[in-house]
Each structure stands twice: as C-alpha cells, then as structure tokens.
Design a protein around this ligand. Sequence first.
Ligand code: ARG
Length: 262
Amino acid sequence: MTAAAAAVLVAAGVSAAHGADIVGGDPAGPGEYPAHGALFIDANGNGTYEGLCGGSLVGSRYFLTAAHCAVDNQEDTLPASSFLVVLGVTNIADPPAANRFTVSAAESNAGFDPFTFRNDSAMLRLSQAAPSTPLRVIRTDETLKWAPGTTARIVGWGTTSPGGGGPTSDDLLEADVPIVSDAFCGLAYDTDFDAATMVCAYDGEHDTCQGDSGGPLMVPDGAGFVLVGITSWGFGCADLGFPGVYTRLGAPGVNAWVMARF
Ligand code: ARG
C-alpha cells in the first residue's frame, strides 16, 4: 500500500515527521487546489497514521482516492476509522481541527486487483460536509480532454526524488506533465499497462511519486480543472522511459463506478 511510510503521523497531533512532494515540482499556492486533500492512514489501528496518500473532493462529502490506499494486505477495505482526510491546507504539518475530516464509510472498487492495480479507485464518505469546492470528474464522452499531448497537472505531498526517495517537505507541490499515448505506455510496461483502466503521463522530469497516490491527474477545464486520473503506480519516479500510471476515470467501467458513488 502507500509506500509513503515517509509521513509518520501521531494521531494526537497529526504532525508529519516529514511530508513530501512530487518529483520536479513547485510549491502550490494557498487555495489553488481546494478539492485536493491529504489522506492519512492508520492501517494497523494502533492510533498512528503511518500511511500518506492524496485524494480529491468530488462531492461535499465524498473523497475519491486510490483503492491501494484504502485496503489492507488481504485486499479488504480498511475500517472507516482508519482514515483522516485533511482539506484546505498546503502545509500538512499539524493541520487545524477545522481542516480535519473523519470518514464514516469507505468503499474500494471491487474490480481493484492488487497484483495488476487495475480499477485503482476508492470512495470515502466524510463524516461531515467539507466547505471546499469539489473537483468535477471527467465524463466518458470527453475523450479529447485526455488526448496524448494534453498538459495535465499533478499535485501531492509525496517523495521528491527519482527512484522514490529524496528530500521531502510538508508543503504541497505541483507540476505539469503531458498525457502520453497508450502505445508509448505499453512500450514501457508491456501488459502491465491496461489501457482499459489506466492512462499515463510522462516527460522524464516531472512525476508523481510515493505518497502522491490517490491524488489527481487533472486537465484545464474552463477557469479550473477537471479530474481525469487518480495517481496509481509507476516504475521508479520520473525514471527515463517510464511514465506515471493513473486510473483512467474516463473509462466506462471506472467512470460508472465513481459516478454512482457521490
Ligand atoms: N504508488 C505510489 C503511491 O502509493 C504512487 C506512485 C506513482 N509513481 C509514479 N512513478 N508516477 O503513492
């Protein structure tokens, strides 16, 4: 699951030992991504949040993330009490109480396969509505929005260096990375890449990394963005020839699953 053991959080204080960031990113401005949140995960129920992922508010009470952020080693969805969602901050160290949201229900996509990472989506219902503006989820007919060559925005608190390690920061980072063709992604990953449930972005320099999972791959839409992917996996981070792989939200199966849940 979330390789982001990077962020070791104490339940009492939710202070991150260190946060992290996208590889090749720049600091995000306050309020720039109101729907983007941090997902702290206490997978073993010991009161310490040892996992970090990202996610997007898609409805006032619904937070979309990756299934691999929400399941245990047996593939069972973790209890709702395992999660803490933090919204409305760029710095995730010790967030104010008003920015913390507990979760009342968690559901992972039943089609999620932990060996192939197909259908990597999960929906968390917040215990109370969040005041932030939700992010719109792409429709299946908006194919041009994720056409190869489209510049997409990635954000997150994940690790910052190629390979998945490196210096970290508690501040949210952002980067732009072009969506690439299925053929290109297939060249890199062969049959591990499943175009029916995944879409890739790559420039060899900017990438999501460990701890960014669950967060958005989004493209410009009017004055803001629309959500086209969920950060899912990749070989290393920003490794030459290896794209970042995202859950394809415009794919019929994944889209229907998400749309029916908020
Ligand atoms: N699986 C990682 C996580 O749990 C995300 C990896 C994204 N990797 C990449 N090269 N784009 O945070």
